[in-house]
Design a protein around this ligand. Sequence first.
Ligand SMILES: *Cc1c(COP(=O)(O)O)cnc(C)c1O
Length: 361
Amino acid sequence: MSRVYNFSAGPAVLPEEVLKEAAEEMLDYQGTGMSVMEMSHRSKAFDQIIKDAEQDLRDLMGIPDNYKVMFLQGGASQQFAAIPMNLMKKGKAGYIITGQWAKKAYQEAKKYGEAVELASSADKTFSYIPDCTDLPITEDMDYVYICQNNTIYGTVYKELPNTKGVELVADVSSCFLSEPVDVSKYGVIYGGVQKNVGPAGVVIVIAREDLIPETPAVENTPTMLNWKTQADADSLYNTPPCYGIYICGKVFKWLKKMGGLEAMKALNEKKAAILYDYLDQSELFKGTVEKKDRSLMNVPFVTGDKDLDAKFVAEAKAAGFENLKGHRTVGGMRASIYNAMPIEGVQALVEFMKKFEAENK
Ligand SMILES: *Cc1c(COP(=O)(O)O)cnc(C)c1O
């Protein structure tokens, strides 16, 4: 068996320990004589799995009791619609456009109400986070929406925007559980898990109870997108993504064992610094975003020469560094170094980049 260093932006690397455990339990989950994939979502065994997963997530993030945790399907993209459908009571919301995912959420919201662009960094290919200290936010807005870590462009909000008292809704898909978070600063915090938490097919929505409406703001909201239905049923209104939730649960336990989110933050900072420090002194490779807004999770870089970029990606792949090609819309390279990427992977990548630089001067 040989495992590569997988720098994919998502679905992405998972802790080896978790995969091994899942493999061991594949045919017989804890004496049940069946795989979690084969088991009823109403069974005692699964009930324990989803309850433990929720409790471990609550412990890790310090989620206050007045927040509901929902394990749903449809990915982050489905929540682009569910958010306005549930929350747009006054019919208006503000969006900060820091990349493609924020823009998609904004465009989706426009179908259900008035979505206002509060700020954008499109003028410089989303290579920075706009100043969010004094945005044109008005009282008649139901929420302010951000994409906290911009997976494609490699930027992150180091500080949350001043929302002037309006509820904050954040897509944290690509920075989920990468560092401690004060959940109480958000009305809703959500993310698809396939970047930093688990296998594709699960999206976790953490919403303050009083924001979950008795009936959705938008008429004829599909039952499956009605947060109240999902929250009241403890994510078991219909069959949830059982196996995915089980793996997420194992990742939560792994994170606890690793020392929790403070420890992950320290490790992630250390990993990112190895890569950024090299980029900052390299004569061949350059980081593409403003230093102050650099993501700890997604690190885009270029040589400035498309052919050389392609050569690097090909040679890196041959050497066991997978998925370093940048997003198809931006080109260049991107190394996603989520929680489960070992520090050795980042060190080895930098060594490989140094060698490539020496050979291609
Ligand atoms: C990947 C990603 C999405 C889209 O996720 P899906 O689960 O594929 O819908 C949305 N937002 C961010 C920040 C992402 O990284």
